[in-house]
Design a protein around this ligand. Structure first.
Ligand SMILES: *Cc1c(COP(=O)(O)O)cnc(C)c1O
Length: 359
């Protein structure tokens, strides 16, 4: 049987499942993961926590993930409590909950392109109209740009990636403050890469703006992509809205147990964050020195180009054992920060290819 013969929703006909290619090569720099796995000691503690959870797997897990949410509140600080925190299977699920609760038919979600390629998918899946308003030429967004776009499109939800993926561009805290002051929309600040940035988190603004949501993840800096844990901090009423739309028992007992161990070892798991940001900045300096155009980044990845044929460059790197990401504006490629050895492999492969650039 093929998919065309099924009564698939009209708007899903011809769609492809989202995701970067999962290819086994020596150097994997394509999905912005932390290249350093948990230590043996932390891995063992996670295994023990899973064993303990397994003794009660006949029962459903804590539907409210209360203990984990308490730990996340303590980790974030800023006087947040369990009622301010929601947690799910990756921040992707957090944002799906938000759009399920606040989007839907007849409503609009507004974001600023180029940005995270999953945003249109949450909108599509929740039947929310998706508007990707262009960023400034240098990929920045400012309060004027956002407020102008709000006037035109009247969104109920605004998604602002900070730092942005795939450009690495930040948004000053004052701009977030000014936007929140002047809109009734739910403003979701996606801080998936916050730990790598020198800008303060928008969490400090939650007190003043009850419709502000700060989304975070354990997939990037926290070195727990495989654990699938994302979370948000917001007013308790917004958490309650997410609780209405979540599937019951959405977060497994094993996931909750592993995440709690990871949080107990936050210092260790986050130990490489500064080094990884420095690797990305060093790669950018190197790339500028070689005549590439590099977009200033505040995250653990770099967007560089511009290539006459970026697909050929992506493929050439892959042929040399280096997997990066073909994404973002025309002519650019994105590479995640890796270990020093991985960054050397990337630079060697680029030098070996010496790809044609556009001026
Ligand atoms: C990686 C990423 C996420 C995180 O996804 P998870 O579901 O938490 O793994 C969220 N937002 C952006 C912009 C990202 O790049």
């Amino acid at each position: 049987m093929d998919i065309e013969s099924l009564p698939l929703r009209d708007d899903l006909v011809g769609e492809e499942p989202y995701g970067a290619p999962q290819i086994v090569v020596p150097t994997v720099l394509n999905v912005n993961e932390n290249p350093y796995p948990p230590s043996e000691a932390v891995a063992r503690e996670m295994a023990e926590a899973v064993v303990a959870a397994a003794t009660t797997l006949n029962r459903y897990p804590d539907r409210e993930a209360t203990a984990l949410r308490q730990d996340l509140a303590a980790y974030l600080g800023h006087g947040l409590s369990v009622d301010n925190i929601w947690v799910a299977n990756g921040s992707n699920e957090i944002m799906l909950h938000l759009l399920t609760a606040f989007g839907g038919p007849g409503r609009t979600v507004l974001t600023f392109a180029p940005t995270y390629s999953m945003y249109p998918e949450y909108a599509r899946n929740t039947l929310t109209k998706f508007v990707a308003y262009p960023r400034r030429e240098d990929f920045s967004v400012d309060a004027g740009l956002v407020l102008g776009a709000i006037d035109i499109h009247e969104p109920t939800v605004i998604l602002l990636a900070r730092p942005n993926n795939p450009t690495g561009t930040g948004i000053p805290l004052e701009a977030i403050d000014q936007i929140c002051r002047q809109t009734e929309a739910i403003v979701v600040v996606d801080e998936a890469y916050q730990e790598f940035s020198a800008e303060p988190s928008a969490i400090s603004l939650l007190d003043q703006h009850p419709r502000l949501v700060v989304s975070r993840t354990m997939s990037k800096a926290f070195a727990l992509a495989g654990g699938r844990v994302g979370y948000m901090a917001a007013d308790p009423a917004i958490v309650d809205a997410c609780r209405i739309v979540r599937l019951p028992y959405h977060l497994s007992a094993q996931t909750q147990a592993v995440a709690r161990v990871a949080l107990r070892h936050a210092d260790e798991l986050l130990a490489k964050v500064a080094e990884l940001a420095a690797e990305a900045r060093a790669f950018e300096d190197w790339a500028r020195g070689r005549g590439y155009d590099v977009v200033p980044s505040q995250a653990n990845f770099s967007l560089f180009g511009r290539f006459r044929d970026r697909h050929a460059v992506w493929q050439g790197l892959l042929d040399r054992g280096v997997l990066i990401r073909e994404t973002g504006p025309d002519g650019y490629l994105r590479a995640s920060a890796g270990t020093p050895e991985e960054m050397q492999a990337l630079k060697d492969a680029l030098d070996d290819m010496n790809p044609e650039k556009e001026s």
